[in-house]
Ligand binder design. Structure first.
Ligand code: ZN
Ligand code: ZN
Length: 511
């Protein structure tokens, strides 16, 4: 599991210019913030690097030169936008105009966010400089091109076999390829980025959309170098191994067309197995915008709330195949009605009752009746289903499936009423509580990928030591007699009034 921050994106250079800093300063400032937020949110990587490393430059140069030698990269003169007012070439995102495909007025020089199509600056209708608003001139400049056209039919054949891809990813990619592939310039007249390993190009850089995707490979190589076996990266890129690319939908063409074309041209490395791109998440019904503060900032969220309720909502409401919305009202409702009332309450009522009535130990069960066996079978089945759904990147269904097991266990306990039977049939009470504990232990593992903090807490409450991961990805039942820890609630109820308070922060801009 490797990832990293792209250090060469144009938003970085634009912000650096605005703040009078170097792009490197801005990039590393964000890199640190990302790392802290991931960590607090329970997201871990084997390596989270950046594209500003000597290793990444080396790997990029190798791919560039190999493709150049094989004829998949060639030199040509291209007309590049030049702002007569700012006296500089304008890299793709420094130029804006009307999309020739969907006529959105705010298309950028590299891509239209509205229809998702990659663009060349020259295709824009009514182009303008983003810095000063002037109409750019187009001036000739020598650049390198990636010969995407050479891969068109090969890519189409390959993509048509990827029937396990999400329909939105598959359809977008197929439509795109059927429209034909144009060769694209992969260098720019800029001074921030990976250098061009060819003489005479000292003032130019490899453009970010060619170089950033190489980050997956360079990160794996960097990770391997940190182990005892520098060649270990091969076990993730060659032979019988599947690679998954988790991205947002605006990145689909770079991962299903450009990167696969580069890999095909380079040779000997695996193509992506799955590119489970998410659609967009809106906030309170509107598109996110950092400049309008239409956002929920992670450091701010984490200063006031636990990570798991957010992870829960983002998982169960994930925009897997269509856009979905985040609202604070929904956040509080899901926390209170689902995490607290369904799952948290199940765990808390079972563990507090057992702790008080069975000397703080997992009860010793009697013979299991058919409804107990049915529930335990259901738990095993649920675990296998969740496993299969996660494997196929159906995360929404996976967490829903786990939550419905919690509901079913609540119904089982309502039927068995161990809190009543303990008065006249202690063994019956012990049996149903033992079954419930076994299912709870199953849930703690099945939900661990989604709710790692509460799962870890539950793991300890159930008397296990170490981390949830130590017990493996399987349904583990605590043994009868296992000592429990004094229970404490997994989740806390949130005041519904918070919804209005939090919603009013969204879009509030300090003057
Ligand atoms: Zn468009
Ligand atoms: Zn300008």
């Amino acid at each position: 599991m490797v990832s990293g921050s792209d250090q060469h994106g144009t938003p970085i250079t634009i912000q650096a210019e605005q703040e009078g800093k170097t792009p490197g300063q801005i990039a590393s400032q964000y890199h640190q913030q990302f790392l802290e937020s991931w960590q607090k949110l329970g997201i871990s990587f084997d390596l989270f690097t950046s594209t500003d490393t000597a290793n990444h430059t080396e790997v990029t140069h190798d791919i560039f030169l190999t493709l150049l030698n094989k004829g998949y990269i060639y030199k040509d003169t291209v007309s590049q936008p030049f702002c007569p007012n700012c006296r500089r070439f304008l890299p793709d995102r420094y130029i804006e105009g009307t999309c020739p495909h969907c006529h959105s007025p705010r298309a950028r020089g590299d891509q239209c966010e509205e229809c998702g199509r990659p663009l060349n600056p020259i295709e824009l209708i009514n182009p303008r400089c983003r810095i000063c608003g002037a109409t750019p001139q187009f001036r000739d400049s020598e650049h390198f091109f990636l010969k995407l056209s050479a891969f068109e039919s090969k890519l189409l054949d390959w993509v048509r076999q990827q029937t396990h891809w999400r329909p939105n990813v598959l359809n977008f990619t197929t439509r795109y390829l059927e429209g034909g592939l144009k060769d694209r310039a992969i260098t720019r007249d800029i001074d921030w980025g990976v250098t061009v390993p060819v003489e005479g190009f000292a003032n130019k850089r490899i453009y970010v959309w060619f170089e950033a995707v190489i980050g997956y490979l360079s990160a794996t190589k960097e990770w391997a170098k940190s182990t005892t076996d520098e060649e270990k990266w091969r076990s993730f890129w060659q032979g019988d191994v599947k690679s998954y690319y988790f991205i947002g939908k605006d990145n689909i063409p770079f991962h299903t067309i450009v990167w696969p074309a580069m890999l095909m041209g380079y040779g000997g490395l695996n193509l992506p197995y799955d590119v489970p791109a998410n659609e967009f998440l809106t906030i309170e019904g509107e598109k996110l915008s950092t400049s309008r503060n239409w956002a929920v900032w992670l450091p701010d969220y984490l200063s006031r709330y636990d990570p798991d309720p957010l992870r829960y909502l983002l998982s169960i409401n994930m925009p897997e195949t269509a856009d979905t919305d985040f609202s604070w009202r929904e956040f509080i409702r899901r926390n209170n009605d689902e995490l607290v009332a369904t799952y948290g309450n199940l765990v808390h009522r079972v563990l507090t009752f057992v702790y008080r009535n069975f000397e703080g130990c997992v009860p010793v069960p009697g013979e299991l009746d058919s409804s107990s066996n049915t529930l335990l079978n259901k738990a095993r089945e649920t675990f296998n289903t969740v496993d299969n759904l996660i494997y196929r990147c159906h995360f929404k269904d996976a967490i829903r499936t786990a939550m419905s097991l919690a509901q079913e266990t609540n119904r089982y306990l309502d039927e068995k009423s161990p809190w009543k039977t303990i008065k006249n049939d202690r063994l019956a009470s012990a049996t149903s509580l033992y079954v419930a504990i076994s299912v709870i232990s199953c849930l703690k593992t099945a939900l661990y990928p989604f709710l790692p903090f509460s799962s870890q807490k539950l793991h300890e409450s159930l008397g296990f030591t170490g981390n949830v991961e130590d017990s493996g990805w399987q349904h583990v039942t605590p043994s009868p007699g296992q000592k429990l820890l004094p229970p404490s609630p997994l989740f806390s109820k949130l005041d519904e009034k918070l919804a209005a308070e939090e919603t009013s922060r969204v879009g509030y801009v300090h003057c």
